[in-house]
Design a binder for this molecule. Structure first.
Ligand code: ADP
Ligand code: MG
Length: 660
């Protein structure tokens, strides 16, 4: 029997590296994921020579302490396992502490890092030989430089594609990060030139950042909830097709995935509109109850498995086809948006939502979370069973097929599994990006980014001008104690009283915050917050912001804070809960955007305080509410749903077949 040899760490790492990092794009993926894990809100990515020469990722995240810097280079060294709640999470997010060690063993790597309270230090590794920690200069956050990738594994190096091809795959990856993490600002440089840029301002901005303004104009923005499956994002209109499938991204529960059931459902909905070898454009954010999805198909693969494919297929198919076919449900699903309604060729849904050019930052769907998924999922299953024998073709039915959530044609009900194993990243090429890179070589990059910025700024200005003269409106009654009807010329405006009120309260709170004219309500008995070291550090760092919101906050004793006044508008909130929520999200990271958290809190406070749908308002109250809206028909509630919908006389007459 041969003797068992313990492999020297360097050799072991080099072998293991093959699993974690096989191509330059996987290095980019690991480094960006580390930056995200560190709570970064700004991430810059630099690539040279297709990533073979240089990959550099800098972030403004939590940084690495001097005493942890060496450990970061060791295999199985991770600061995250202790935080991860279960093995599942560890597996899926790849918290195995292998990436840095693996990359270091096959490259020349330098990590320079600074924590908020500590100094800035750097440490290098040359093919896995770790050097000495040096003092360095740098901003808060981490700068990871990987040079000469695979220099000591010539066989692997030989397997890489051309610089251009490797670069294209990296660009694909970065695009997905931008779309998948729209709250993070990214800059991506290829051979010194800025190729992609996002500003961290939400999904619409991210879409503009990756695909440009003109693509956005060709899209419907949708937001639908179907049996506990939430489908949000952008889908190309009926006339907007792409020559290949690289313009399709799905983020399931926040994670980029490729799944045959989902893509079959979407293709099915588009089948009547697109010709052979034309493919739809979409960026979809789908959320499903975690208990119905298995993400552990393979930690490095982007596929997932669903407990029931038909449910997923049915939900997605019915939402997308309702929007494309323009059936009555479309209004529920389309987020009103001027760029969407600019599209002249798209069939209008029965009701036309009022155009709103406001870029919509992503708001967490508080209400949806609260409804609880499991009930509606079971409901959906029950419905599916009932419906199973009747197979109806959605295109032939004249009534909204939407009421039959799984009324898909026989063929579509059991989507054929994609035969080829989907290799999510390696076989995708993104032509758009290639074009962009070429464009950058012609020094047009600058204009492109300028165009995006200008567009976003104009959209905001336009939103402010989207007003009508309120004296020209006549109150025409209300429906279901929820929708207020106003007639004006050839239009009827339907106003959701709850959404409208919510919006108004939200605006007021925000304006007060911005003008710092917050009215304070002193407390009879001060409230004491007792925090741990990390929480206290976070509060200390954000003290000014919190004070600006209207809290009178003071530190006393060790890690204790005294609150002696609260903003008048929030005087009834549960302070313990409020701060728990803020601190719960902090998780030891200092780079979180407090402003965003506070905005969420404001939104939910506004929601709780607003008049509800179904509440019988007196005519005086209705008038008051309408007056407060000040003719702004482009409003959206703080969750991004429209406040007003417009029904035109023509649309009504079409309904009654007076005109066709
Ligand atoms: P893992 O991400 O699985 O923990 P890695 O090898 O990718 O393992 O990283 C090792 C450790 O190095 C991380 O756990 C983290 O503590 C630290 N680290 C790596 N990159 C960063 C970064 N950009 N910011 C802060 N810490 C980092
Ligand atoms: Mg990692």
């Amino acid at each position: 029997m041969s003797k068992i040899n313990i492999l020297p760490a360097q050799v072991y790492n080099r072998i293991a590296a093959g699993e974690v990092v096989d191509r330059p794009y996987s290095v980019v993926k690991e480094l960006v994921e580390n930056a995200i894990d560190a709570g970064a809100t700004e991430i810059r990515i630099y690539v040279e020579g297709g990533g073979k020469q240089l990959i550099r990722v800098t972030d403004n995240g939590s940084g690495i302490l001097r005493e942890d810097l060496h450990a970061a280079f060791l295999p199985h060294a991770t600061s995250k396992i202790a935080k991860a709640d279960d093995l599942d999470r560890i597996m899926t997010l790849g918290f195995r502490g292998e990436a840095v060690a693996s990359i270091a063993s096959v490259s020349k790597m330098t990590i320079t890092s600074k924590t908020a309270d500590g100094g800035c230090y750097s440490l290098s590794s040359d093919g896995g030989t770790i050097g000495e920690i040096q003092e360095a200069a740098g901003e808060n956050g981490t700068d990871v430089k990987v040079e000469m990738l695979f220099f000591n594994t010539p066989v692997r190096l030989g397997f890489l594609k051309s610089d251009k091809a490797e670069e294209t795959e990296i660009t694909n990856f970065v695009s997905r990060f931008i779309l998948g993490r729209p709250e993070i600002a990214f800059e991506y440089y290829v051979n010194g030139k800025l190729v992609l840029q996002s500003f961290g301002g939400g999904e619409e901005e991210a879409l503009v950042g990756v695909y440009g303004v003109n693509t956005l104009k060709e899209c419907y923005q949708i937001d639908a909830d179907k049996h506990g499956v939430s489908v949000r994002g952008y889908i190309g209109n009926q006339n907007f097709s792409k020559p290949n499938k690289t313009y399709q991204s799905v983020f399931l529960n926040g994670r980029y995935i490729v799944n045959s059931t989902i893509s079959a459902a979407i293709s099915g909905a588009y089948s009547g509109y697109l010709m052979k070898r034309q493919y739809p454009f979409y960026v979809l954010y789908i959320d499903v109850p975690t208990e119905i999805v298995d993400v552990n198909v393979h930690p490095n693969k982007a596929d997932v498995r669903f407990a029931d494919n038909q449910i997923i297929y049915g939900c997605i198919y019915s939402v997308i086809s309702a929007v494309l076919d323009g059936n009555a449900k479309a209004l529920d699903y389309i987020v009103s948006n001027s760029r969407v309604s600019d599209v002249p060729t798209a069939p209008t849904p029965a009701f036309t939502p009022v155009p709103t050019p406001v870029p919509t930052p992503v708001e967490p769907k508080k209400e949806k979370e609260e409804t609880g998924f499991s009930f509606s999922y079971e409901q959906a299953q029950a419905e599916l069973k009932k419906l199973a024998p009747q197979v109806v073709s959605p295109k032939s039915a004249s009534l909204p097929t939407d009421e039959l959530p799984f009324a898909v044609s026989e063929k579509k009900q059991s989507p054929a599994p994609i035969k080829k194993e989907v290799e999510p990243y390696s076989d995708l090429t993104c032509e758009k990006v290639t074009v962009r890179v070429n464009a950058s070589e012609q020094a047009e990059t600058h204009d492109y980014f300028e165009e995006n910025k200008r567009f976003l700024a104009e959209a905001e200005t336009k939103a402010k001008q989207n007003r009508i003269e309120i004296s020209s409106c006549r109150y025409a009654g209300k429906l279901f104690n929820t929708y207020l009807l106003y007639e004006r010329g050839d239009s009827v405006y339907l106003i959701d009283q709850h959404a409208a009120h919510e919006r108004l309260i939200f605006d007021r709170l925000k304006a007060q915050m911005q003008e710092r004219e917050v009215l304070q309500q002193p407390m009879l008995v001060p409230y004491t917050l007792s925090l741990n070291v990390f929480e206290a550090a976070f509060i200390r760092e954000n003290m000014e912001n919190i004070r600006q919101m209207g809290f009178d906050l003071e530190e006393f004793g060790e890690n204790d804070f005294k609150i002696s006044a609260v903003p008048l508008d929030l005087q009834y909130i549960d302070l313990g809960k409020f701060f728990n929520e803020i601190l719960g999200n902090v998780n030891g990271y200092r780079a979180i955007k407090l402003a965003d958290l506070l905005k969420d809190k404001l939104a939910s406070a506004a929601c709780k305080a607003a008049v509800k749908g179904g509440m019988d308002l007196t005519e005086e109250e209705v008038e008051k509410l309408f007056e407060l809206m000040d003719g702004d028909m482009g409003l959206k509630c703080p969750h991004g749903r429209p406040v007003v919908a417009r029904l035109t006389r023509t649309e009504l007459e079409k309904m009654f077949k007076r005109i066709v």
